[in-house]
Design a protein around this ligand. Structure first.
Ligand code: NAD
Length: 358
């Protein structure tokens, strides 16, 4: 039986079954991961590539097929477009997503949801009012390691969580910031290693362990002091409502992009995620639950391999008409709330209460 939800009637879903009309806004580094995913999942046709840099929009339209333009408002007026992928700098996410849902489109927004909680709240409100979906691209929730770890946490088989550790030690140099001028500025990126590189890890820690009670942390700009105005290093202690305590460290000042590490310490053992590997340690015994051996990715290794899975799930989400959107803006706000707490704590030296009211 077909369930009619606020997200559309059966006829509308029938239309989607014939394939979504897709537009990709922003044709920089990440957009080809989105374009390849749409091409490979067979659930949609890319009708438009949009970029203010005309040469980028043209190059993508030539490579993948479809039309191009330089003003995203043009594609929002195209009734054939059902879904837009927003792959633009952070400061544009909320405006573009709100415009998209007002124009009747669903939106996949690259992380972070927005520059701050205020903007994200407006996005959530606009999605609700216009009965359209916005998902935030935290693709690492779909990594096999994350899915298995979540399953173990939810099963309770290892007892209560006592602690969690998140480590992101990456390399970013001057070239990375020069090639895209919006990176490194407060007005355009909204922050540094917290909002851009390590936000995935903060999202996973919150998703796996639960709501926070408070946070204490510090940010600073060290090796990239002459290049960026935002922080290149951050650390925090996270106090969760369930009594667990978290430690977190992130930096763009390392000399390599090391695998991200997340460790969960339970009453009855430990789970350790090390990139694509998941290890369970119990009674002194190590068990490799996921071996980390997987096909090489054509993209940057630190982007992970789960963009395509998230995109497919979102498309199915629209077709199914399920009440809950996968990774809705409200969940995209979890990590924004954590980093807001770290910035406030760093500025005041205080432990900051997280209100979770979103
Ligand atoms: N999920 C991930 O793992 C992951 C990885 C990399 C980047 N990202 C995110 O993807 C987004 C884009 O990052 P990027 O590295 O591809 O940046 P980028 O600078 O390489 O690309 C951004 C593109 O947007 C275009 N643009 C700027 N203003 C525009 C406008 N008004 N209309 C249309 N296009 C416009 C730029 O010209 C540029 O081509 C960011 O939110 C970033 O955090 C996510």
């Amino acid at each position: 039986m077909m369930v009619v939800t606020q997200y559309g009637n059966p006829e509308e879903r029938g239309m989607y079954m014939e394939g979504f009309g897709v537009a990709i806004i922003g044709c920089g580094a990440i957009h080809r991961v989105h374009a390849d995913a749409v091409l490979n999942n067979g659930m949609g046709k890319i009708l438009w590539f949009v970029d203010i840099k005309e040469d980028r929009a043209i190059a993508s339209a030539e490579k993948y097929g479809g039309s191009w333009c330089t003003d995203y408002r043009e594609v929002l007026e195209d009734p054939r477009v059902n879904i837009v992928h927003i792959c633009t700098p952070h400061y544009l996410h909320s405006k573009m997503a709100i415009d998209a849902v007002k124009a009747g489109k669903h939106a996949i927004v690259e992380k972070p949801a927005a520059m701050n909680l205020e903007q994200a709240r407006m996005m959530a409100q606009a999605a609700k009012e216009n009965k359209r979906r916005i998902t935030i691209n935290f693709q690492n929730r779909f990594n096999p390691t994350s899915i298995k770890a979540k399953e173990i946490v939810d099963s309770g088989e290892m007892g209560k969580i006592r602690g969690v550790k998140g480590l992101v030690t990456w390399f970013r140099d001057t070239d990375y910031y020069v090639e895209s001028g919006w990176r490194g500025g407060f007005q355009t990126e909204g922050g540094g290693v917290l909002i851009n590189q390590s936000i995935h890890t903060l999202d996973l820690m919150r998703w796996l362990v639960g709501e926070l009670e408070s946070i204490e942390g510090h940010v600073s700009t060290r090796a990239l002091k002459d290049v960026i105005e935002v922080e290149d290093t951050a650390e925090a202690t996270l106090y969760f409502k369930n009594g667990a305590r978290g430690i977190f460290y992130a930096t763009n000042c390392y000399t390599d992009n090391s695998p991200v590490e997340i460790e969960i310490h339970f009453e009855k053992g430990t789970l350790r995620i090390y990139d694509d590997e998941l290890i369970k340690i119990q009674d002194g015994k190590w068990e490799r639950l996921i071996d980390g051996i997987s096909e090489a990715s054509p993209y940057k290794s630190y982007w992970g391999k789960s963009h395509a899975t998230l995109i497919k799930h979102f498309y199915e989400n629209i077709i199914d008409g399920a009440e809950k959107t996968i990774i809705p803006v409200e969940e995209g706000m979890w990590s924004l709330e954590i980093l807001d707490g770290i910035y406030k704590s760093s500025a005041t030296g205080n432990r900051i209460i997280i209100d979770n009211s979103l």
